[in-house]
Ligand binder design. Structure first.
Ligand code: HEM
Length: 458
């Protein structure tokens, strides 16, 4: 397919929100500034059909692996040679401590084994009622909103997924103390940006202020988590995520309070904003594509009708699922992943040394011109089973791949489907006219100024 052909709008497809695209490769200083500000806005047009490239940033050698085979090599086949990059660990460790997102090697393996049962597919259905109830509470709120009022749907989705993860974790519905944990996680996410020192790979001893700031942000929230852990150890309680985190696998030493605290902060961080962004982008996309919206509504009316949505419906809502999948293709919440080589390796023509960094960028891969027909258009039917089977498996990686693949993927898909179904069954959301939607890639990919929309009862 030729350059730019994908932008032709002969199907009446609306032009969807994109970040500004620099006309030429950015010099080092501009690149640093732009990366801190909006990392998905740093890619030039040619990045969307290259397979691999490299750049040097003073102390760092950075390779961009942008073909399914290279992604597969780094994330799966030779995964033992890679750990999460020092940069991502340095961003997350001050706040999240030693949890699944920051550990590696034997510690990570033990933690992953401890947590896996909590997220096993058969457990997910148990969380479904909490997911639907939280969405129904939002339905009640929205029922009171006048049709001319503006709602920030990004913020609303954030509140929704926070309520869900809080209930899944602690079995507590609305509680000001638990809200503190959510606020801390949200404040931490917006406070962390890679510093120039991090991006350039300054040596480890170079002073960075993040730790003190993280302590301050998490201070209150940590006290709440510690108390909840103590109470639970003393009094027991329901079979929720906290219970699963506290239960070490047979033969293992008991899990320390510090480690449980770190996993709670990790799961709140990894599991809340990501799903919220998916839902927000999905409502944005549906507002721009009336035909797909009607198809979604038809499916919901036919399968669910007037009763509340339930876990068993998920398997019967293929189009709803395809809409979410296509939304995560165009706006992948985890837009960039990074790895660091433990020893030498080779990717295509590029030689990696110990310490070389590899970027895997769903933002590029999911819009790659050699992998996708009309990559910038919203077409849920791409996720029909025949079409999925015809594509390389590693062309689409919203949840990553290999041993570090998102532990919450099944949880997140169920949550997104149940919430979208519950809300779209009752309301139509329209973008406030004149809104400029711009994707910003920081820790997750979100709309820069939120998503001001109007809700209309169906
Ligand atoms: C749409 C929503 C979500 C997206 C797009 C997403 C995406 C991802 C991605 C791409 C990774 C791999 C990162 C890497 O390889 O460096 C990851 C890891 C992880 N995710 Fe998710 N995630 C989502 C929801 C969730 C939820 C709901 C939870 C928990 C309740 C969760 C917990 C985690 C954890 C703990 C890891 C680290 C896994 C490991 O390294 O072993 N995520 N996620």
């Amino acid at each position: 397919m030729g350059m730019g052909e994908s932008l032709v709008e002969d199907h009446g497809s609306p032009r969807l929100a994109l970040p500004p695209r620099p006309p030429t490769k950015l010099g080092l200083l501009k690149l640093l500034r732009a990366t801190r500000e909006n990392s998905v806005g740093t890619w030039v047009d040619a990045a969307f059909d290259m397979e691999i490239s490299e750049r040097r940033m003073l102390w760092r050698h950075v390779v961009i692996a942008n073909a399914p085979d290279h992604v597969r090599h780094v994330m799966l086949d030779n995964a033992d040679n890679y750990i999460r990059s020092a940069l991502s660990r340095r961003l997350l460790e001050p706040g999240l401590g030693q949890g699944l997102l920051t550990t590696h090697g034997a510690t990570w393996r033990r933690q992953r084994r401890t947590m896996a049962p909590a997220f096993a597919a058969k457990r997910i259905a148990a969380f479904a009622p909490a997911m639907v109830d939280a969405a129904l509470r939002l339905v009640e709120d929205w029922a009171l909103v006048p049709p001319t009022a503006t709602i920030d749907v990004a913020e609303a989705m954030s509140g929704l997924t926070l309520a869900i993860i809080s209930e899944a974790m602690f079995s507590v519905r609305v509680d000001p103390e638990i809200a503190l944990i959510g606020q801390a996680v949200a404040a931490y996410q917006s406070a962390i940006r890679p510093s120039a020192a991090d991006l350039l790979g300054f040596p480890e001893w170079f002073p960075r202020p993040a730790v003190a700031r993280a302590r301050k942000i998490f201070g209150e929230s940590d006290r709440v988590i510690r108390r909840l852990i103590e109470e639970r150890r003393r009094d027991g309680g329901p079979d929720d995520l906290l219970a699963m985190l506290l239960a070490a696998p047979e033969g293992d030493a008991p899990v320390s309070a510090k480690e449980v605290r770190d996993q709670v902060a990790t799961i709140f961080t990894a599991g809340h904003e990501t799903t919220a962004n998916t839902l927000a982008w999905t409502f944005y996309l549906l507002s721009q594509h009336p035909a797909e919206l009607v198809r979604l509504e038809d499916e919901l009316d036919r399968v669910v009708g007037d009763r509340p949505v339930r876990a068993e419906d998920v398997a019967d809502l293929p189009f709803t699922r395809m809409v979410i999948e296509e939304s995560m293709r165009l706006y992948p919440p985890a837009h960039t992943m990074s790895r660091q080589a433990l020893g030498p390796d080779r990717l295509g023509d590029i030689a990696l040394k110990k310490g070389s960094n590899v970027l895997i960028v769903p933002w590029l891969l999911h819009r790659h011109r050699k992998l996708w027909d009309r990559p910038d258009e919203f077409r849920p039917e791409r996720f029909m089973p025949e079409q999925v089977a015809a594509r390389p498996r590693f062309a689409y990686i919203p949840f990553g791949a290999g041993p570090h693949i998102c532990i919450g993927a099944a949880f997140a898909m169920t949550e997104a489907i149940l919430c979208l179904a519950t809300l779209a069954k009752r309301f139509r959301l329209t973008l406030v006219p004149g809104t400029n939607v711009e994707p910003v890639g920081q820790i997750t990919l979100r709309p820069r100024n939120g998503l001001p929309m109007r809700v209309e009862r169906r």
